[in-house]
Ligand binder design. Structure first.
Ligand SMILES: Cc1cc2nc3c(=O)[nH]c(=O)nc-3n(C[C@H](O)[C@H](O)[C@H](O)COP(=O)(O)O)c2cc1C
Length: 211
């Protein structure tokens, strides 16, 4: 087993009490942002947006919309992981252009790929599209938790918030976005007893089946 990976994963826990005085350095926060930029997604489309809420008054406004969970205001940084509500042929076109420029592939060579994408999105209702893009946001969550642990930065994944109210408070619908998850990042308070509790996990035998 790779001890570094396992140590990182045992070190991390869903932090309840952050130390509000401790802020993540801009260098470490840049690493977090770059890690999020490198998250894989279906078709490579990245139908997500990360909204970093630094504004103190906005964090206070969001607090009751997340059942007063203390991480909202105490964490060094609060990231609202959003996904797009709709994927237009225009967005697909932008993705193809980026691919073409980045890899120096003629745009015409990507047209079939674009047609396939557009055809599969056209079959989905608005709700199904929202659900599909939200799944992509969950990939970001899993990925960033490990990156943070590697940096010894605490991170709490959160879906305990009122999405509709967050969408309104952050004016997300007008931007074709929906809030999916929150990620509170910072440094644990020594008073957080959860940090000292053993991990509750099923056994390997329970979780895996080899066929
Ligand atoms: C998708 C997701 C949503 C979660 N939502 C919350 C939340 O709203 N508030 C919270 O304190 N913890 C939340 N958690 C943390 C879980 O309770 C925690 O990850 C789980 O109990 C395992 O504990 P550990 O992360 O400390 O190992 C969430 C975790 C996940 C993966």
């Amino acid at each position: 087993m790779n001890n570094k990976i396992i140590d990182d994963l045992n070190w991390r826990y869903a932090t309840k009490k952050f130390n509000p005085e401790m802020k993540i350095s801009s260098e470490d926060f840049d690493t977090i942002c770059e890690s999020l930029r490198l998250v894989p997604s279906s078709y490579g489309l990245q139908p997500v947006k990360y909204i970093v809420v630094n504004d103190k008054s906005m964090r206070e406004k969001l607090l009751p919309l997340a059942y007063n969970q203390p991480q909202i205001t105490a964490a060094s940084h609060l990231i609202v992981i959003c996904s797009y509500r709709n994927i237009s042929p225009n967005m697909v076109g932008e993705h193809l252009s980026l691919m073409s420029e980045t890899r120096n592939i003629p745009l015409e060579d990507l047209s079939k790929f674009g047609e396939n994408m557009n055809a599969s999105f056209a079959k989905l209702s608005t709700e199904e599209l929202c659900e599909w893009t939200a799944k992509q946001a969950y990939i970001s969550l899993g990925h960033i938790m490990h990156s943070c642990a590697n940096l010894r930065i605490d991170a709490t994944p959160m879906e305990g918030f009122n999405k509709k109210s967050f969408d309104e408070a952050l004016d997300l619908t007008s931007k074709n976005l929906q809030s999916v998850l929150l990620l509170a990042v910072g440094y644990r308070s020594p008073e957080d007893n959860l940090a000292r509790m053993a991990k509750v996990r099923k056994s390997t035998e329970d979780l895996f089946e080899t066929i």
